[in-house]
Ligand binder design. Structure first.
Ligand code: NAP
Ligand code: HSE
Length: 436
């Protein structure tokens, strides 16, 4: 239905401020401009960004009028007409402080900041509740993919027992390029940075911290129990070599950086690490910067959510969805409807108390009895072997590749400590978990 010029003039304008005009902030402004004329029909009001906070307000920026830019937070927090604050600056401070101040001033907040939520989610959500405000953060996990709201709303009737997936676009892009095109690690990382997928400091991506933060947020919501970044066991992709990728392919598998969270009878498991996964598994088909999240619930069974996990407009898509939701709540006078959903207090297990399969690649002396020696170490540590492959390499040494059955991580690590001290073992080249 067309909205008449008269009605348009009478319509309320919901004003918002944007904190940050980088990759995500500029995408949000662009997307809002694109949808601006539809807002009256979509939500029954006009929606407008009236201020944009940046560090350097004098710098020339494309896409938004120069007069919107400011470097003064005071101008925004003291502007009573601004109802929504969209935080896309990143980092902990001053973002934490600005969000708390905004909520205390009765302004609703939308953020994409997983670093902040994974560490201070409780404080922020409690402050939002206290002031009857919305605090929405769909873009903080897996970019454009709707996962926070589905967990809080559509899947609320389930007991979720597992949530896992590929939640970092940069590392998925790098591993895809290394596997499919034989691209060098450094070149693939440079390209991911150029495309705007990587964080300002890509350490957080390649070392798995970014995925760890996202997994902490998802696990908290899925299991209704607070999980923070410090609870997550994390390994990145920097040690993955072309040789590991070759072996994975020989075994009919591919290597992905996976975040895996399980809600077991004796506690929550939260781990981020590279894993070998069958090429037939749907996650193996998730390539480039795409992300995907798998959820298992008692009623739902399995569901997979897939989409773009990073980048300007994909992330803006999730932020805009939240902004529109907040605006609808303002118009219906029902903000603060769904706040913190962590009503349980479950223990988080240590990684050594969890079970997994391992892929192990090592260099050993090439002489009789070595294989028997290695397998007896595993046997004595209660590590059962599923597959062994031995190849000649480098003079007198042989490369041995072992895939274990599902074992306690503690037992596997004990076996590795013993093997490392044996003279027949030249080098433990890589240990990668296997998903089955
Ligand atoms: P970015 O490109 O580095 O942009 C950051 C923006 O924030 C810049 O405009 C910067 O101002 C401004 N800013 C930073 N600190 C500030 C401060 N103290 N005061 C005022 N302005 C400040 O970052 P981004 O990639 O857009 O990421 C923003 C947030 O979204 C982060 O939390 C990130 O984790 C999250 N996120 C990003 C993606 C993605 O694909 N990039 C996806 C999902 C979530 P100047 O321009 O003046 O320096
Ligand atoms: N650097 C992140 C990624 C951006 O590569 O997935 C989205 O959080």
């Amino acid at each position: 239905m067309e909205v008449s010029k008269e009605t348009m003039e009478k319509l309320q304008t919901i004003k918002a401020a944007l904190l940050g005009y980088g990759t995500v902030g500029s995408g949000i402004y662009t997307l809002l401009e694109r949808r601006k004329d539809e807002m009256p029909q979509k939500i029954g009001a006009k929606l407008e960004i009236t201020r944009i906070l940046v560090r350097n307000a004098k710098k020339l920026r494309e896409g938004a009028p120069a007069e919107l830019f400011t470097d003064s937070w005071k101008e925004i927090i003291e502007d009573k007409e601004i109802r929504i604050v969209i935080e896309v600056m990143g980092g902990i401070e001053p973002s934490r402080n600005y969000i708390l101040e905004a909520l205390r001033a009765g302004k609703h907040v939308v953020t994409a900041n997983k670093d902040l939520l994974a560490a201070h989610g409780k404080e922020l959500l409690e402050t939002a509740k206290e002031h009857n405000c919305d605090l929405m953060f769909e873009a903080s996990v897996a970019g454009a993919i709707p996962i926070i709201r589905p967990l809080k709303e559509c899947l609320a009737g389930n007991r979720i027992t597992e949530i896992m997936g590929i939640v970092n676009g940069t590392t998925n892009y790098i591993l895809t390029k290394m596997s499919a095109e034989g691209m060098d690690y450094a070149d693939a990382l440079a390209k991911a940075t150029e495309l705007g997928y990587a964080e300002a400091d890509p350490t957080a991506d390649v070392e798995g911290y970014d995925a760890g933060r996202k997994l902490a947020i998802m696990a908290s919501i899925a299991f209704n129990s607070r999980v923070t970044f410090d609870d997550v066991y994390i390994e990145g992709i920097t040690k993955i070599t072309a040789r590991d990728i070759e072996y994975a392919q020989e075994f009919g598998k591919t290597i992905k950086l996976l975040g895996v969270a399980r809600n077991t009878d004796d506690g929550i498991e939260v781990k981020v690490h590279p894993m070998l996964i069958s090429t037939e598994h749907p996650l193996a088909a998730v390539k480039d910067s795409y992300n995907a999240v798998f959820v298992h619930g008692d009623a739902l069974d399995d569901a997979m959510f897939m989409g773009r996990g990073a980048g300007s407009l994909p992330t803006a898509s999730a932020v805009m969805g939240d902004v529109i939701d907040v605006a609808r709540n303002i118009l219906s006078n029902c903000n603060g409807r769904i706040g913190c959903t962590c009503y349980k207090s479950l223990p988080v297990k240590k990684p050594e108390d969890t079970k997994t399969k391992f892929f192990l690649r090592m260099l050993v002396e090439d002489k009789p009895g070595v294989l028997a020696g290695v397998t007896s170490v595993f046997g004595n540590s209660a590590v059962s072997i599923a597959q062994v492959v031995q190849k000649k390499r480098r003079g007198k040494d042989a490369e041995l590749v072992v895939i274990t059955d599902e074992v306690m991580e503690r037992n596997f690590k004990d076996a590795i400590t013993i093997l490392t001290g044996m003279s027949m073992v030249r080098e433990i080249s890589s240990m990668i978990r296997v998903y089955e």
